[in-house]
Ligand binder design. Structure first.
Ligand SMILES: CC(C)(COP(=O)(O)OP(=O)(O)OC[C@H]1O[C@@H](n2cnc3c(N)ncnc32)[C@H](O)[C@@H]1OP(=O)(O)O)[C@@H](O)C(=O)NCCC(=O)NCCS
Length: 192
């Protein structure tokens, strides 16, 4: 699995999309060990790659948050999701909407001044999950429960179903988090 991070000098939607495609091409080329790659999209907007010489699909996910663009690619049969997110504050109302009760307890175990850092990490991991399953925000983030991974298991829950998950999260400089998630290619995901 290949992660490719790039920076963008201009804070515009178009410049970030171009930087995202640049990161995606680089990740796809490394994953496929070939320069002959193309970026395609499902009707939902979820991106994937193909190797032009053998038409084999390559799992792909893209994210951008100025000044970063990030892509995640793999030739393995996995659902991939990636997110890069600027650390920001969340109102109590928003926090109560997107976090589950046990995630809220996990946040409360941290010092007051560090909580926005941890809230942003959980938001970023949830975005990576809903991008991996391809529904985006049509799946309510509270339907993704990160409690297993927060307590040391390699798993997450979606709509109450526990799935094995490979999760990678890291700070990008002092201002951003990035999260990358790989899920097994099975299951039926609903939009609620
Ligand atoms: C996918 C989604 C979560 C992206 O969130 P975001 O924080 O705005 O943006 P990010 O930079 O992290 O990600 C954007 C990338 O997500 C990818 N993406 C778009 N739709 C996707 C989907 N259904 N599944 C997985 N990835 C998707 C695209 O590659 C996009 O970048 P690109 O257009 O430059 O290629 C959000 O756009 C979404 O939920 N879209 C689908 C549902 C929808 O349209 N909802 C409207 C609001 S309810």
């Amino acid at each position: 699995m290949i992660l490719s991070l790039t920076t963008c000098t201009e804070d515009s939607r178009e410049a970030l999309r171009i930087a995202g495609r640049r990161a995606a091409r680089r990740a796809l080329q490394h994953a496929a060990a070939s320069p002959l790659v193309e970026i395609k999209r499902e009707t939902t907007g979820k991106p994937y790659g193909v190797r032009r010489d053998c038409a084999r699909p390559i799992a792909l996910s893209i994210s951008h948050a100025y000044p970063y663009a990030l892509a995640f690619a793999s030739t393995k049969s996995r659902l991939l999701g990636v997110d890069v997110e600027r650390i920001r504050s969340f109102s109590p109302r928003i926090e109560n909407v997107f976090l589950t009760p046990s995630e809220l307890n996990w946040i409360k175990a941290h010092s007051l001044e560090s909580r926005d850092i941890w809230r942003t990490l959980l938001w970023s991991m949830k975005e990576a999950v809903i991008k991996a399953i391809g529904t985006g925000l049509r799946t309510h983030p509270a339907r993704v429960d990160l409690t297993p991974i927060l307590s040391g298991s390699s798993a997450i829950c979606i709509h109450g179903y526990r799935l094995p998950a490979t999760v990678y999260a890291a700070r990008v400089g002092s201002t951003h988090w990035m999260a990358a998630i790989a899920l097994p290619p099975f299951g039926r995901y609903t939009l609620s």
